[in-house]
Design a protein around this ligand. Structure first.
Ligand code: ZN
Length: 116
């Protein structure tokens, strides 16, 4: 199985560390992105430090991502391998089990809703 490097935190409040992780194929309605750049901000710091109970560790922080679509899962429409995208992922306080991902590609913005 292919692998890639990721920066992860092993547990709440832990240090950032570079690790090798398995690269998995995207599931239905998901895409895999080769990340070219990823912002790690104050929200990520709060998540690392336990501000969002129920956060699963190990955790790869970063929710503002730019890269290229590397693989497209079943049911995905409007994106193809090679599309350059910018993604902002956020949680809804009203629907905490839902992650919203906003994709921008070729100057167009579309909202995607993904259940996690
Ligand atoms: Zn942020």
């Amino acid at each position: 199985m292919p692998t890639h490097q990721a920066v992860q935190v092993e547990s709440t409040g832990g240090p950032l560390g570079l690790v090798e992780v398995q690269t998995t194929s995207p599931g239905r309605d998901h895409v895999r992105i080769d990340v070219a750049a990823c912002g790690v901000c104050g929200t990520d710091r709060a998540i690392i430090n336990g501000a969002f109970p129920g956060t699963a560790f190990p955790l790869t922080p970063g929710h503002e991502i730019a890269g290229t679509i590397a693989e497209v899962g079943e049911g995905v429409e409007g994106f193809t391998v090679g599309d350059r995208v910018a993604v902002r992922v956020t949680k809804s306080l009203r629907r905490p089990r839902t992650t919203f991902a906003m994709f921008e590609t070729a100057g167009e913005t579309s909202n995607r809703l993904e259940a996690t």
